[in-house]
Design a protein around this ligand. Structure first.
Ligand code: SF4
Length: 493
């Protein structure tokens, strides 16, 4: 068996209620390695042409990588792959946290979910074993509550839980998968896919460590990473989280503002990493064994917008989508809206992008108070933002329309088609294509729609010359240029 793996993939047939372990050979692992590549393999193998993304024939894969569970920073990641109910194409969604490493420790390299359960269930995977358990009592509850309930039922506080939230149960199209109540596979509607299978959650726990080729060398590499992070290219993320990007993106005209009508926002520093550090930041957090510790944990105990540290804190994409996209510079309101998204299990990018679209329509007179149920959807209105996120999470009133995403809402209402900022139904992440042209290319051609995780960002080309040279990329180009070298950059990185 290839080092770093257990050589075991768990297959769960929810229709039949059966669980089987596949033991692929080394060639399989060397070909697909893990993550979205492995997920794509199972999607193509098991999903028939024209399958309904929300039907039992869709195949949902949860895959980790060869280094997941080792002490190398940035590798406790899980890729969730399925046919997306948003793009209706093959799609993958990424998240970090402790769940990915714990899945590896449970004795499996990935889980493939087939079919649909006749009743609500959750999957419990532990030390090479797996079972389906009744999830009826977990329905309709917020994510932290569900996590607590599963840990209490199984009597182990260290269990990691990935779950669909109440939004997915109600049918919100851009529903997410949430682990640790604040790490999110947000993109592509993967929460709705899992909910459509009557699968509420996947709980993992274990003590299995796959064999490594050179444990000492890996430990030395991990120590080197931890010792050098403060002088590395990601030092800013350690200090300010990804919110460090707010002001730098704004400075180059790359901060999407007022539904993408501008790349700069007046008073952008009010929602930036420094302001968070000075005001609502309670502590920082990490994914398993990551020295960067970019995750923010915020707390607000008074005022109109509260924030519970259990739900983490907003990072760059969420601050932009729920903030600058909507012209909002009220950081507590953004943190509260981010918490609501984590409680309900909603993709913050799609949610903010769709609300920004609706605000634009309202400002232009295409929507009225009658349409919105009395919510004055003006750019800059924190109150409207929070009301709308709740309405989407509950899928009630105008939230039912917006819970379909901006492109489908425009089609349903017959308005604002030219104000939609999405590809294949997926709202753009917070990187203006005008100033990131390789990213723009992939926004256009990626099967699942606009995605900021499918290639390196433009700024990395010049900043990480050694790493890029290893990929054969040795000719950095200006960020706002698109030429053959930038196409190579998009492809190879
Ligand atoms: S802490 Fe930040 S940098 Fe480290 S793995 Fe998690 S998301 Fe990535």
């Amino acid at each position: 068996m290839a080092y770093g793996y257990h050589g075991r993939i768990l297959h769960v047939n929810l229709t039949a209620g059966t669980l089987e372990t596949e033991q692929p050979n080394e060639a399989f692992y060397r070909t697909y390695m893990g993550g979205s590549a492995m997920g794509a393999y199972y999607l193509l193998k098991h999903t028939p042409k024209n399958a309904d993304p929300l039907g039992p024939e869709n195949t949902l894969s949860l895959m980790v990588g060869v280094l997941t569970g080792t002490p190398i920073s940035g590798n406790s990641r899980v890729s969730v792959t399925a046919k997306s109910p948003i793009s209706e194409m093959a799609d993958a969604s990424e998240a970090g946290g402790f769940w990915p490493a714990e899945l590896k420790f449970s004795g499996f390299d990935g889980i493939v979910i087939h079919g649909k359960s006749p009743t609500p269930v959750y999957l419990w995977v532990h030390d090479g074993q797996a079972e389906l358990r009744d999830a009826t009592a977990l329905l309709g509850r917020f994510t932290a509550d569900v996590e607590d309930a599963i840990r209490a039922e199984l009597d182990d506080k260290r269990i990691q839980v990935m779950q669909t939230g109440p939004a997915a149960e109600k049918g919100v199209r851009f529903s997410a998968l949430v682990n640790n109540a604040n790490r999110v596979n947000g993109r592509g509607g993967m929460g709705l896919v899992m909910a459509s299978k009557n699968l509420k959650a996947v709980a993992v726990r274990g003590h299995a460590r796959p064999e490594l080729a050179d444990t000492d060398a890996l430990a030395a590499l991990a120590r080197w990473g931890a010792q050098n992070v403060d002088t590395s290219g990601v030092a800013g993320f350690k200090r300010l989280g990804t919110a460090a990007l707010l002001t730098s993106q704004d400075a180059v005209g790359g901060l999407p503002t007022n539904n993408w009508s501008s790349g700069t926002m007046e008073n952008a520093e009010a929602i930036g990493g420094e302001r968070m550090l000075e005001t609502i930041l309670k502590t920082t957090d990490s994914c398993y064994a990551c020295a960067v510790r970019c995750k923010r944990v915020v707390e607000i105990t008074e005022g109109p917008y509260l924030a519970d540290p259990r739900y983490g804190g907003p990072e760059y994409e969420s601050i932009s989508a729920l903030g600058s996209y909507c012209g909002i510079s009220n950081l507590p309101a953004i943190a509260h809206a981010n918490q609501l998204c984590n409680m309900y299990g909603i993709d913050t990018i799609a949610c903010g992008g769709t609300i920004a679209w609706a605000m634009d329509c309202f400002e232009q007179g295409l929507l009225t108070l009658e349409d919105t149920g009395g919510i004055e959807l003006r750019f800059g209105s924190a109150e409207a933002l929070v009301q709308m996120v709740k309405a989407i999470g509950e899928r009630e009133g105008f939230g039912k329309v917006l819970g379909e995403g901006s492109q489908r809402a425009a089609e349903t209402l017959g308005i604002g088609h030219d104000l939609v900022v999405a590809t294949k139904g997926r709202e753009y992440p917070a990187h203006m294509p005008q100033v990131k042209r390789s990213m723009a290319l992939l926004y256009a051609v990626n099967p699942g729609g606009a995605d900021h995780t499918v290639c390196e960002h433009e700024t990395s080309y010049a900043r990480f010359p050694e790493g890029m040279a290893a990929l054969g990329l040795m000719d950095p180009q200006p960020a706002n240029t698109l030429n053959p070298e930038k196409v190579r950059y998009a492809l190879y990185s």
